[in-house]
Design a protein around this ligand. Structure first.
Ligand code: ZN
Length: 234
């Protein structure tokens, strides 16, 4: 199994490449590139939130808890209506994730369970897409892409480290196949994971205008996104 240090270094390097690439190749702003790079880096540690032991996990969960209100600040501002309420909501979000989330995780998660899986990767990317409020669908996709990339690097590293070189031949240890998987051995975590995936996919289909919004019976005009251009070509 790859350690904290391997994960943090690989996703860090990927984050820098992703951020710089998004600015130089696609013309996103340097701030957007930097933010996307940081999301890549943090996402590279996310799957190990399911292991309850050790300082690294506590560090990752506090970093993650701090990132959530920052990244979703635009949503918080829109919901709250004024800055003070938004800040209060942000602090509460932090506390809820940092302490409530940690307690919940300790109860329900199993290390190398469904947190280490392809559907979990998709959920993380979809949450980033939905959580990052921006008028441009491309900026939202940039953030979601960063999260997906970082998360993927984690799963891939865990799989690579499950291959052992015995001196004579390569063999797979018992962790092989436990990271890059579509489903786990237990039914309930599988059902919860796929239900969440379906829910967030549904929300995204509404967001991009493929499905009518059941709340206000309106559809985001598809044309609005179709005519939108990549930042580089504007
Ligand atoms: Zn892991």
């Amino acid at each position: 199994m790859a350690g904290y240090r391997e994960h943090i270094s690989v996703s860090g390097v990927l984050g820098v490449c992703y951020g710089v690439g998004s600015v130089l190749v696609f013309g996103f702003s340097p701030v957007q590139g930097a933010l996307a790079g940081i999301l890549t880096w943090v996402a590279g540690m996310l799957p190990d939130l399911d292991s309850q032991t050790g300082k690294p996990v506590r560090e990752v969960s506090s970093l993650f808890a701090a990132m959530v209100p920052l990244v979703t600040m635009q949503h918080l501002l829109a919901w709250a209506g004024d800055t003070e309420t938004a800040v209060l909501l942000g602090v509460l979000t932090y506390a809820l994730i940092r302490y409530g989330g940690a307690m919940l995780l300790a109860k329900v998660s199993v290390h190398r369970g469904m947190f280490h899986s392809i559907p979990a990767l998709l959920i993380a990317a979809e949450v980033a897409y939905l959580g990052y409020k921006h008028d441009s669908i491309y900026v939202k996709m940039l953030m979601a892409g960063g999260v997906a990339l970082g998360f993927f690097s984690h799963l891939l590293l865990d799989e690579v480290y499950s291959v052992e070189w015995t001196g004579i031949r390569l063999r797979l240890n018992k962790a092989a196949g436990s990271a890059l998987k579509y489903s786990g051995k237990k039914l309930v975590p599988n059902v919860i994971t796929y239900a969440l995936l379906a829910l967030f996919t549904y929300a995204i289909l509404i967001d991009i205008g493929l499905i009518q919004d059941p709340v206000n019976n309106q559809r985001t005009p598809l044309l609005q996104h179709a005519t939108e251009e990549l930042p580089a070509r504007q």
